[in-house]
Design a protein around this ligand. Structure first.
Ligand SMILES: Nc1ncnc2c1ncn2[C@@H]1O[C@H](COP(=O)(O)OP(=O)(O)OP(=O)(O)O)[C@@H](O)[C@H]1O
Ligand SMILES: [Mg+2]
Length: 379
């Protein structure tokens, strides 16, 4: 996973593990700063056996830059405290995936001087993610229920105001001043209705879509609007997967979701960058599906990736909440990602985010693969 401190819906590049915990042994010779480790450590770090014995600095460089200095501090302190234990993120060699590792060990001394540290390292990514996902899903579903209720009541209020305004309409026409007040009030009702529509998309209950969307065609039709939306400073790369890939979703809502993600990407790349939209298949296992409250099965993943400023851990934990925005002074309402979230849930799918400060952000929109296609997808 790229970053995820508080890992809301932030997931690994490979969220479908075959092994939940991999544990390896390590040993640091503090006099030469050399590490020896078991093959499992290589597996966790994604490196070949040539790293059987490596330098401490090389190991530190595997940790993401945000975490590196605190790992260094932990190691330093363990020289005097005698023990070490922390959970930090590494970037795996090869596939570049960000993973959580739990490191634990003890220091040995000779003549009162620290000479050796040894212990184990466990890749705890999947465990953390499933726990985080379960908690995040529960939180978001509670917010959705609340919004559903609010949006319903709010809509009723708007209808009452609107009905009364309609009755005033004729009288207002005879007085320019009254007409101005009437128009301002009606504009307010219209804006309220738009806001409520966005909230209701977020809060909408699950519905089985009868529509099958060919994602390749949909992305092609979006090419021009996407380029227009992000401007010339941003390169747009569209990488649709296999020809004929289809998912079950409302095509218009899906287009709106991708455009909204592209606009967020643009706002994260003010001096230009690359926006990449690609698709892939994922098979979601029963255990993993349970943590997300969705059905196990085959999903089409539309990933929207930017090379922008990235999102810090605290903010990443909140981005899907309705009305959450960090954009001040503009028209941003903080409803873009919550709509994408609601659309995904309504379609029987889900959405996750992967981000690293200064490196960029990827949103993974998972939608149920169209049944007619799922049989051919794995041929
Ligand atoms: N691609 C991205 N890169 C960096 N930060 C992002 C990205 N996408 C979303 N965010 C963060 O998530 C917040 C919420 O995004 P969301 O799309 O829901 O609302 P918004 O863009 O602020 O407003 P609106 O979409 O209603 O115009 C943003 O304010 C921003 O802080
Ligand atoms: Mg937005």
């Amino acid at each position: 996973m790229r970053h995820s401190a508080h890992n809301t819906l932030v997931h690994s590049s490979d969220p479908f593990p075959t092994r939940i915990f991999i544990t390896g042994q390590w040993e640091i010779d503090l006099l030469s700063d050399t590490i020896r480790c078991s093959p499992e450590v290589d597996e966790i770090f994604g490196q070949t056996r040539s790293y059987f014995s490596w330098r401490l600095n090389a190991a530190l460089n595997r940790f993401v830059s945000e975490d590196r200095s605190s790992v260094r501090d932990e190691l330093e302190q363990a020289r005097s405290t005698g023990s070490i234990e922390f959970e930090k993120r590494i970037r795996r060699v090869g596939d570049g995936a960000l993973r959580w590792v739990h490191v634990k060990g003890y220091t040995s001394y000779a003549d009162g001087k620290p000479v050796r540290m040894a212990g184990e390292v466990i890749d705890v990514t999947e465990w953390r993610l499933s726990e985080d996902r379960r908690r995040d899903t529960e939180k978001m579903e509670a917010i959705r229920r609340l919004c559903r209720r609010l949006s319903h009541d709010y809509n009723n209020l708007l209808m009452v105001i609107n009905a009364n305004l309609e009755m005033l309409n004729e009288q207002a026409e005879h007085s320019p001043k009254a007409l101005r007040f009437f128009t301002a009030a009606r504009d307010g009702v219209d804006r309220g209705a738009q806001l409520n529509h966005k909230l209701s998309v977020f809060a909408a209950p699950r519905e089985d879509s009868n529509e099958t969307v060919n994602i390749g065609h949909l992305l092609l039709s979006l090419e021009r609007p996407l380029r227009d939306a992000v401007g010339e400073a941003i390169e747009v790369r569209l990488i649709p997967g296999a020809i004929g890939e289809s998912c079950k979703a409302d095509a218009q809502e899906l287009k709106a979701a991708i455009l909204s993600l592209a606009i967020n990407a643009r706002e994260a790349m003010v001096t230009g960058g690359v926006l990449t939209i690609s698709t892939l298949h994922r098979r979601i296992t029963k255990d993993f599906a349970q943590t997300l409250g969705i059905a196990p099965g085959d999903y089409l993943v539309v990933s929207v990736s930017d090379s922008g400023v990235g999102i810090g851990p605290d903010i990443a934990a909140r981005v899907f909440e309705p009305l959450f925005t960090t954009k001040r002074g503009g028209t941003a309402k903080g409803l873009g990602l919550s709509q994408v979230y609601g659309f995904a849930r309504q379609s029987g799918g889900f959405v996750t985010i992967e981000s690293e400060l200064s490196h960029g952000t990827t949103i993974f929109l998972h939608l149920p693969l169209s049944p007619t296609m799922s049989s051919t997808a794995y041929l």
